[in-house]
Every structure is written in C-alpha cells, then in structure tokens.
Design a binder for this molecule. Structure first.
Ligand code: ADP
Length: 745
C-alpha cells in the first residue's frame, strides 16, 4: 500500500463513498417514511379497559408495520378538562406541533370534545378517528366530516336477558356503579334498560359507600342479581379500578354478579353480553390502517356483544349448566381429561379395546374348548361304557411308542392296570406264529394311513391262549408327521373255538360224504378192479402154460409181463384213488393242476359210467394256471357232481346219455363245468341247501358240502338248467401261478 499514490487513494475513497451513498439511497427508496399516529386517551394508562383497547390498536398497527405510534393519557377523571385543558393544549402543541401526523385516534368522549375544540391549533387537517365512546353520548354532537369512529355498545338488555335465563325466578336487581361522569352515564343507560322489565325490582348503589356495597352484597336473598356496571370513582370520589371492583363484589356477593365488560370475567363475575375492549381497539386500528393506506374503511356498525359465561362462577353460585343458552360461550371451564390428553386417551382406549377384544376372543375360545372338552369327556365316557358293555378293549398307540389301553384291553393281554405298556410289551404277548402277520398288518395300516384288521393269538403269562380280534385305523396329527393307530380289541376265543369245531365237523362230514360216494361206486369199482386182475391172471396163466410147454417165445413172454405190469398198475391206481378218497387226512393246501384232479376222478368214475351206459366227454384247456387247494377235497366236489349227473340221467331215459366235463381260464379264475342231459334241476336255488334231496335214498348233503369246500378255497359253485335240457354245474377257483411258470420253478 505504501507504494500507492495519493491520487489512487482518493479514487478508492470516492468509490467506497459512492457505494455507501448508493446503499443509503436504495434503503430510503425501499422503506417509505413511517405513518405517524397519535393515540389520545381520556383515562389513565392503568385502567384495564384502556389497556385492552390500546393492545387492540397496537396489534392492528403492528400487523401493518411501519407505523410510528405516540400515546397520551389525559386522565380527565382525575384532572378534569375544564381545569387542565389549557395545559394539555400547550403540552401537545409543544410535543407534536413540529411533527407531521397522519392520524389522531381518540379514546373517550371527553378527549373527542377536547380534540374537536383545539384541532385547528393542534392537528390542522389531520383525520381523527374515535373509539371507546357510547353511542348515545354522540347523539347531540355534530361531528366534522373527517372525524369518524366506532361507538361502544354496552348491551345491558341482553345482559338482563341472560340473567333471566340463568336465574329463572329473578326478582331483584342491585346496580353497582360509580360517581364519575362515565360511571353515571353508563349507569343511567343500564337503569333505562332495566326499566323495560317491570317484573324486576331495581336498587341502585351509586351513592352507597364502597365498603357498605361490599357488605350489602354479602347477604342478598336468592332470586337477586348484582349488576356491576362501571366504577371509575366510588360515591366518596375515590378512584377505583372497575375490574378490581368486579373482583371484590364477586368475592363477597351471595348472588351472581353480572357485567358488560369482558375483562371483568376473569375477576369473577358470572358473565353478560360482554364488550371486548381489545376487539374494539383492534377494529378501530384496522379501520385507521385502511384509511392511512387510502383504502375504503369497512362499515363500522357495532356488532352485538356475545353472551360469555364464567364457568367457575356458574359453579360457585350453583347455577345448573343446563340453564346456559346454547349460543353462550363458556370460559374458564377446566378442560376435560379428554380435551387435555386426546392422544393419550385415544391410545389407552385403543389398547383397552384391543385387549377387550382379545379377552372376549379368549373367553369365547376357552368357552368353546371347555364345551369341546366336556363333549369329549362325555363321548369318551359313553364310548367307554359301550366298549365295556361289548367287551371291547380300547387302545391308542402312537409311532413314538406311547401306548394307552383301557383296563378291559389290559385284561385281554393279561396286563395289570398299573403295568407300563409299550409296543414291545404287547408284541411279547402275541403268539410267535402270529407276530409277523400282525406286524405286517400294522405296517400296512401306517403306510397307507388306512385300516388295521387282524385276528391273532395271545399267550397269557399263565400259559393259556386266547384269540383276539383287533380293529383300528390311523389318525394323522399336526402336520401329518405324528401318526396314531387307535382301535379296539376283542376276545374272540369262543368264536374261534366254535369255528374250529365247525371246521372239524365239516371235515368229518366231508369225509363221511366221500366214503358214502365211494361206497355208492363199490360195485362198479369192484368190476373195474376185476378187469385188470382178470387180465393179470389170464396173462400169468398163459405165461405159466408157455413155460410148462417149454415153447416160450421170449418176446411174447416179455409182452405178457408188460401187460401184467400195466394191468397191475391200473389196479393199483384205482386202489390208490379209493384209498385217497376214504382216507381221513387233515386238509392240506398246495398248488394243484385241475386237469390232474379231473383225470383222477375220471379214473374212478369210468366203471360207473360204463355201468350206467353214460359217455364222458372232456374239453380241457391246456396249460391252465394252478389253483391253491386240497386235491382230495377238489376231487370230492367233482366226483359228487359227476355221480349226481349219472343219477339224474339214470332216472329218466335220456338221449344223449352223456356227461361233458370242460375246463377253461376265465378272467383269472380256473373254471370247471360238469354238464348232463338229464331232467334238469328241480329247484336251482335250493339244490345247495342242506338236506335237500329228491332222491329216496339221498341225504341232501353232497352239494352243500361241495359248495362249502369251494368257498373255503375262495371260489364259487353255481348250478343252472340248460335251455336244451339237462343241468350244468360249474366251479370257479382263483388262479395262482400259470402252469408253465410252475414248471420252470
Ligand atoms: P343227494 O344226491 O343226496 O340228493 P345232493 O346234495 O348231491 O344230495 O343233491 C341234492 C339234490 O339236487 C338232488 O336230490 C337232486 O334233486 C338235485 N340234483 C343234483 N344234481 C342234479 C343233476 N345233475 N340233475 C338234476 N338234479 C340234480
């Protein structure tokens, strides 16, 4: 910088100076000069009504902005205008003479009169707006055209109306007002309004000492109201604050105290048609601002004052809330819990509601469960009774190994009531020969989630045995992983014994029947045997002769011996067949080729056929599958059918006298039929009945036994009459393995 020349420094200075000046210029151009408003109050600043009006005015100016406000309080109540006007003129002239005012706002009638009187000197040409003045005060006054304002409207009438609503039996009105010009003026207005209600007795206390007023209002009878109107000065001339008076009277009074000033409400009065000074001030302020800005002012019709009620006072003087008119505004009502904490209460209610719903659902659920449990218990009891009555043991076994069994069930297996039960313990009681079949049946039921049915033997600890029939079914639980098998078991030992006895008897009967059958054929069989025996004897005698003559041709001898051997075999076959039929052997099942059975029988009946003059023709299908059965019993059936056919044909002359035997495979069954050409069946349905016989020497048991044999082989035996004469019997047996497969085994 040291090297800068003085000329350079001057340039910089000028540059900055210009910049600064330009900024000032811009600022002054953007900010217009403020509007100047002078507020002139008749009363002193401490009066609450004045404070309220002032607050309203200031709020209106603040809202506009850029308004410079000056305030003067003449306090004409204490310093009357008559005496102090001169001094005030001097004072104002001194202060505001040099200022260019844009607006003068006057609050109070005394000041309005003062301003109009000294306007030329003090505020020439400045528009004047007034407020805080009762309408009737202006009635005799002619205002200059640029003086305007909003009048105060104390609504005494509506206040009395409100008192009549809150105190329906109202009879007396005690009017409290002061001695100042303002007090007297509004007091008289109130009395004029009260005069319109002749039913009300009015007592004015404007001349009563203040202390006495307080004493008097303490003992007022019911159906009385205190009307506090205004008291800037009491009867002795002492300055009073009207709100303070309102408070002291309200505190002392035995009856409700009414007022027309809103700011008295918080001091304890019950209410009235309330004048809101702050709103009044704001209204004037807004109007003044409009005029300052050159806008047309809104019409200044004073609105009627609303009914406003002090809720606390309502309670204090025991006025029922129901008497409060619906269009009245209630203040100082303590907020309800709901108004204070709506969010919290909503939350709590929501929680309680949700909880209640949950509890209700839970109760319903518990109720349902109790009902279900009761029903289950009843059902279990009923089932238990039924099961006990039927001799059934109930049990439940789940795959995890738990087993439950009723006492009846435990007794079946010889378990004590307190014994621990599991799958292995029960299996241990099952007869070893039946264990695998039982396990297989259980496995099948579990795999298919189906039924379980089984009859097996139980070996009791004392060594005795009993038969048990078990029936059950699978129940899947939860996601289907847990499976339970539940069912019943029953002692069927007696039934099984009876069945066994019946089986034995049947076998006995069957044997007797066979013996009888063979006996029937004794003659023919003897004849049949005679043939090979005669041939053997003949051949043997011839051979002996050849040997005796010594002319034996070895080839001829060999042939003879071959014949002898063949005849011997034939005779042996016949004897073996008879032996097999009459032998009393236990029934045994094996795979049997029905062709063999047919051929064996044919060998036995051949002689009988010849004796009866009957031909036997066969139509036998080759490679028939095997059947599972007892070959002797199957021979017995076939023999019975063929002998019956011979019998039938013997009894009537028939042509052809033939028995046709056929065998075939029909739909996985091996079918064998015996057809004759006799007189046909006397009764297709009855021929299988026991003891049904049309023969003089018949027992009527043959076909009954034959059918039962076939049925125990899992097959059927049926009979029918043929349309072209004769009867046909056919039996069907389930096919087992094809014969060619069997051959490869
Ligand atoms: P039984 O031969 O001792 O009478 P079955 O039970 O063998 O007893 O036969 C019962 C009856 O059925 C016979 O008495 C007969 O009347 C009738 N019957 C059986 N087979 C034939 C047949 N092929 N033709 C006509 N009737 C028959």
């Amino acid at each position: 910088m040291g090297r800068n020349s003085p000329a350079m420094s001057q340039v910089f200075f000028l540059f900055f100076a210009f910049g600064w000046l330009a900024q000032i210029g811009i600022a002054s151009a953007s900010e217009p000069s403020p509007k100047r408003v002078l507020l002139l109050y008749s009363e002193r600043a401490g009066i609450p009504a004045i404070q309220a009006i002032d607050a309203g005015l200031v709020e209106a100016f603040a809202a506009r902005g850029n308004v410079e406000v000056f305030s003067e309080y003449f306090d004409f109540a204490r310093f009357p205008a008559k005496k102090h006007a001169e001094g005030q003129v001097e004072h104002l002239h001194d202060r505001y003479g040099g200022l260019k005012l844009d607006k003068v706002i006057v609050v109070g009638f005394e000041t309005l009169k003062f301003v109009i009187q000294h306007r030329e000197k003090l505020f020439p040409g400045v528009p004047v707006t007034f407020c805080g003045i009762e309408r009737h005060l202006l009635s005799g006054t002619t205002l200059p055209p640029d003086v305007n304002g909003v009048v105060l409207n104390y609504d005494f009438r509506r206040t009395i109306e409100l008192a009549l609503k809150l105190q329906p039996g109202l009879k007396d009105v005690v009017c409290v007002f002061g001695s100042s010009a303002f007090d007297q003026q509004v007091g008289h207005d109130a009395l004029a309004a009260l005069a319109e209600y002749p039913q009300l007795r009015v007592r004015r206390l404007d001349t009563t000492p203040y202390a006495e007023i307080i004493e008097q209002v303490r003992h007022l009878p019911r159906n009385t109201m205190v009307f506090h109107i205004s008291m800037l000065r009491d009867s002795s001339g002492q300055t009073r604050l009207s709100p303070r008076v309102a408070e002291e009277i309200s505190n002392a009074s035995s009856v409700p105290v009414y007022s027309v000033a809103l700011h008295h409400l918080e001091r304890g009065v019950i209410g009235g048609a309330m004048m809101d000074y702050a709103a009044h001030g704001k209204e004037i302020g807004n109007e003044a601002v409009a005029r300052l800005d050159g806008r047309p002012p809104t019409p200044n019709e004073a609105a009627s004052s609303p009914w406003i009620i002090n809720w606390q006072a309502l309670k204090k003087w025991k006025i029922p809330e129901a008497l409060v008119p619906s269009d009245a505004l209630i203040k100082y009502k303590p907020p309800t819990l709901w108004e204070e904490h709506p969010g919290l209460i909503t939350g709590i209610l929501a929680v309680v509601l949700i909880q209640s719903i949950l509890i209700a659902l839970l109760l319903v659920n518990i109720g349902n469960r109790c009902r279900a449990e009761r029903a289950l218990a009843e059902s279990e009891e009923r089932m238990g009774l039924a099961a006990a009555a039927a001799g059934l043991g109930m049990w439940v076994w789940d795959v995890r190994g738990n087993t439950w069994m009723t006492e009846q069930g435990r007794a079946l297996f010889g378990f004590k009531p307190e014994a621990e039960l599991d799958y292995a313990a029960i299996l241990d009681r099952v007869h070893p020969e039946d264990r695998s079949a039982r396990e297989l049946a259980i496995k099948r039921a579990l795999d298919t989630r189906g039924k379980y049915e089984m009859e097996y033997r139980v070996q009791l600890p004392d060594g005795s045995m009993r038969w048990v029939s078990a029936r059950g079914h699978c129940v899947a639980e939860g996601n289907g992983k847990t499976v339970k098998l539940l069912g019943v078991s029953m002692d069927i030992t007696h039934r099984k014994q009876a069945e066994l006895e019946a089986l034995q008897q049947r076998a006995e009967l069957s044997h007797l029947s066979r013996v009888a059958l063979v006996g029937e054929m004794a003659t023919t069989l003897a004849h049949e045997l005679n043939q090979p025996l005669t041939a053997i004897v003949t051949n043997a005698s011839a051979a002996q002769r050849f040997i005796a003559h010594d002319d034996m041709d070895p080839d001829e001898l060999r042939e003879m011996l071959t014949d002898i051997a063949a005849d011997g075999r034939r005779a042996g076959d016949i004897i073996r067949g008879i032996k097999g039929m009459v032998r009393k052997v236990a029934s045994e099942r094996r795979k049997v080729d029905m062709i063999d059975v047919i051929n064996d029988v044919l060998r036995l009946v051949r002689a009988d056929a010849l004796a009866n003059g009957c031909a036997i023709t066969t139509h036998l299908e080759k490679n028939l599958p095997l059947v599972l059965g007892d070959p002797v019993q199957l021979q017995q059936v076939l023999l019975n059918l063929i002998v019956n056919a011979f019998d039938a044909m013997r009894r009537v002359p028939c042509e052809p006298c033939r028995v046709e035997i056929a065998s075939s495979l029909d739909n996985e069954s091996v079918e064998v039929s015996v057809r004759d050409f006799g007189p046909g069946l006397p009764d297709e349905d009855r021929v299988f009945e026991r003891f049904f016989s049309t023969k003089s020497d018949g027992m009527g048991m043959g076909l009954a036994i034959a059918r039962s044999i076939i049925e125990t082989h899992g097959g059927t035996l049926t009979a029918e009459n043929m349309s072209d004469g004769g009867a046909r019997f056919w039996l069907r047996l389930p096919a087992q393995v094809p014969i060619h497969e069997e051959a490869t085994v």
